[in-house]
Design a protein around this ligand. Structure first.
Ligand code: FAD
Length: 483
C-alpha cells in the first residue's frame, strides 16, 4: 500500500541494478518522488551480464548433465542408421543458440523491470550520474556527455555496482582473453578454456563449460577451490571436477596471459605455461565509485574504493545511502536488493531491520550447487562460536538414490546445549532451494527439535535436513516443553 508524505520526499538513485531497482520501488511505494539514473540498462550487471546470463547458461549445462547421466537411470537414446542398425546419438551443444537465448532472456528481464518501475511512477533518466554535493545528482545524457540534467533530492542512494577487475598482464581483448561479460559472443564451445581464478565466479563457469563439453583448466592461487568456503563442500567439488576431466592447477598464480592469434598461453609464477584456446579472467571486481563526486560530497570510501555503509546502508553522510556491490557489504544481488529497501525504509521513516551478515543465504551454482547460511564449521574451529556439527551424505537419502545423486551432503550447525540452529551447508542439486528451511531456522532462532517436528515429504531430499536435525535431538525431560 502506498503512503503519501505531506510534501513528497525527493529520492534520487544512481544505478538501476538490484540495489537501485529495489530502492526505487520501495521509495515509490512510500509515496516519494523518485528519479533513477541508469547508464546501461535497468536490471544492472546482475541482469545484463552477470546473474541472469550465467544462471541461464548453467541451466543449459545442467540439462546436458541430466541427459548424459540419464543412462544410469535406464534411459537410452537410439536412432536408426542408414543400415537400419541403432546409432547412439551424442549430446551436442549449439552455443550460438544457447547464447542467443540467454541474451534475449536478459533483455526481456531488463525490459520487464523497466516497465515495473515506470508503472510504479519512477522517473528513469538514461545517462551517467554523479553527485553534486550531498543534495543533487548531475546526469550527462548526451553522446560525449554534452547534455545535462540536474536532480535535487532529499535522499540519495548510490548503487553503481562493480566491474570485472583487469590485470595489465592479462588484458581482456574480447577475442580470446575474456571477462565474464564477454563470454556470450562465442559462437562455438571453446576447445580448451583456461579459467583464471577459483572463487565463486571462476568455479561456476569452469563447472558450466566442463558440463557443456569443453576441456577446462582451472588455475587457482590457493590450495583449494572456493577459498574461504566450507572445506568439505570444496572437496566434493574438486572430486566432481576431476571426475569430469577438468585439470585443476592449485597454488598456481597466473602472471601473464597472451593471445597468440590461434590460442592463449598462460604463464604461471613458477614458470610453467598452459596453452588453451580461450582464457576467462575471473579475478574479482572493482567498485564503480571513481569520478562520481563521492569524496567531494563527504562520502567515506575504503582503500579499495568501496563505500563504507552501516547495517541500514547509510554512508558517512546522513542523507546519502549506498547499496550493493559498490559498498563494503556482501556482493550478492539478493543483498543489494535488501540494502536498497532497507536504505529507503530508514530514510523515509518506515520500520527498519538492520541487515545481519550471518543471516544471508548464499549459493554457488556449480554442479552440484553449494548453499550456505549462518555460522560455519570453520567458525567453530577458530573459536568464534561454540557449536556442534552434523553432516549427512545425500547418497544415504532414498530420494537421492532413486534420482542417481551420488555427490553432496547436508550439514547442520547448532549451538551446543540448546540445539539452536545457527548455520548450515547443503551440497547437491538445487541446494539453492534446499537451504531455505535452514535459513528460516537461523533467522527465527529455531532449535533442531523445532525444525525436525515439521513434516517433510517421504521420500524427499529435504528429508535429509530433518534427519540430520533429528540426530542432534536435545534430550529434555517430559513435560518441560508444553508447546
Ligand atoms: C558472473 C557473476 C554471476 C553472479 N551470480 C550471482 C547469483 O547467482 N546470485 C547473486 O545473488 N549474485 C550474483 N552475482 C553478484 C551480483 O551480480 C551482484 O551482487 C549484483 O549485480 C549487485 O547489484 P548492484 O545493484 O549493486 O549492481 P549492478 O547490478 O552492477 O548494477 C549497477 C548499475 O549501475 C549502473 N551505473 C554504474 N555507474 C553509474 C553511473 N555513474 N551513472 C548511472 N548508472 C551507473 C550500471 O550501469 C549498472 O546497471 C554474480 C556476479 C557475477 C560477476
Amino acid at each position: 500500500m502506498s503512503r503519501s508524505f505531506e510534501s513528497a520526499q525527493r529520492v534520487a538513485i544512481i544505478g538501476g541494478g538490484p540495489g537501485g531497482y529495489d530502492a526505487a520501488l520501495a521509495a515509490a511505494q512510500l509515496g516519494a518522488e523518485v528519479t533513477l539514473v541508469e547508464r546501461a540498462g535497468v536490471g544492472g550487471s546482475a541482469v545484463i551480464t552477470d546473474v541472469v546470463p550465467s544462471k541461464t547458461l548453467i541451466a543449459t549445462a545442467d540439462a546436458a548433465v541430466a541427459i548424459a547421466g540419464a543412462g544410469d537411470l535406464g534411459v537410452q537414446l537410439f536412432a536408426k542408421g542408414g543400415d537400419g542398425k541403432p546409432l547412439k546419438p551424442q549430446v551436442a551443444i549449439n552455443l550460438a543458440a544457447v547464447n542467443k537465448r540467454l541474451l534475449a532472456l536478459a533483455r526481456q528481464q531488463s525490459d520487464d523491470m523497466r516497465a515495473s518501475l515506470t508503472e510504479a511512477g519512477v522517473r528513469i533518466i538514461s545517462g551517467h550520474g554523479r553527485l553534486e554535493g550531498p543534495g543533487a545528482v548531475v546526469v550527462s545524457t548526451g553522446l560525449g556527455g554534452t547534455d545535462f540534467d540536474r536532480i535535487e533530492a532529499d535522499t540519495l542512494v548510490v548503487s553503481v555496482g562493480a566491474s570485472p577487475r583487469q590485470l595489465t598482464t592479462a588484458k581482456p581483448d574480447g577475442q580470446r582473453i575474456l571477462t565474464w561479460t564477454q563470454l556470450y559472443d562465442m559462437q562455438t564451445l571453446p576447445e580448451h578454456l583456461i579459467v583464471v581464478g577459483s572463487g565463486v565466479t571462476g568455479a561456476e563457469f569452469a563447472s558450466a563449460y566442463m558440463n557443456l563439453g569443453a576441456k577446462v583448466t582451472l588455475v587457482s592461487s590457493r590450495d583449494q577451490v572456493l577459498p574461504g568456503e566450507d572445506a568439505d563442500a570444496a572437496a566434493v567439488l574438486e572430486k566432481v571436477f576431476a571426475r569430469g576431466g577438468m585439470s585443476l592447477l592449485s597454488k598456481a598464480r597466473a602472471d601473464l596471459v597472451e593471445n597468440t592469434g590461434t590460442g592463449v598461453v598462460v604463464t604461471l609464477s613458477d614458470g610453467r605455461t598452459v596453452e588453451g584456446s580461450h582464457c576467462l579472467m575471473a579475478v574479482g571486481s572493482i567498485p564503480n565509485t571513481a569520478g562520481i563526486g563521492l569524496e567531494d560530497a563527504g562520502v567515506e570510501l575504503t582503500a579499495s574504493g568501496h563505500i563504507r555503509v552501516n547495517r541500514v546502508a547509510r554512508t558517512s553522510v546522513p542523507n546519502i545511502y549506498a547499496a550493493g556491490d559498490c559498498t563494503t557489504f556482501v556482493p550478492l544481488a539478493s543483498v543489494a536488493s535488501m540494502q536498497g529497501r532497507t536504505a529507503i525504509f530508514h530514510a523515509l521513516g518506515d520500520v527498519v531491520i538492520p541487515l545481519e551478515q550471518r543471516r544471508i543465504a548464499a549459493n554457488i551454482f556449480t554442479a552440484p550447487e553449494i548453499a550456505t547460511v549462518g555460522w560455519q564449521e570453520k567458525d567453530i574451529a577458530d573459536g568464534s562460536i561454540n557449536g556442534v556439527v552434523r553432516k549427512l551424505p545425500l547418497a544415504a537419502n532414498p530420494r537421492a538414490k532413486m534420482m542417481g545423486i551420488k555427490d553432496g551432503f547436508v550439514k547442520i550447525i547448532a549451538r551446543e546445549g540448546s540445539g539452536t540452529v545457527i548455520g548450515g551447508v547443503i551440497v547437491g542439486p538445487r541446494a539453492s532451494d534446499m537451504i531455505y528451511p535452514i535459513a528460516i531456522a537461523v533467522e527465527r532462532r529455531l532449535t533442531v527439535d523445532q525444525v525436525s517436528r515439521v513434516f517433510t515429504v517421504y521420500p524427499s531430499l529435504s528429508g535429509s535436513i530433518t534427519d540430520a536435525m533429528r540426530s542432534m535431538h536435545v534430550v529434555e525431560r517430559a513435560g518441560e516443553d508444553e508447546n
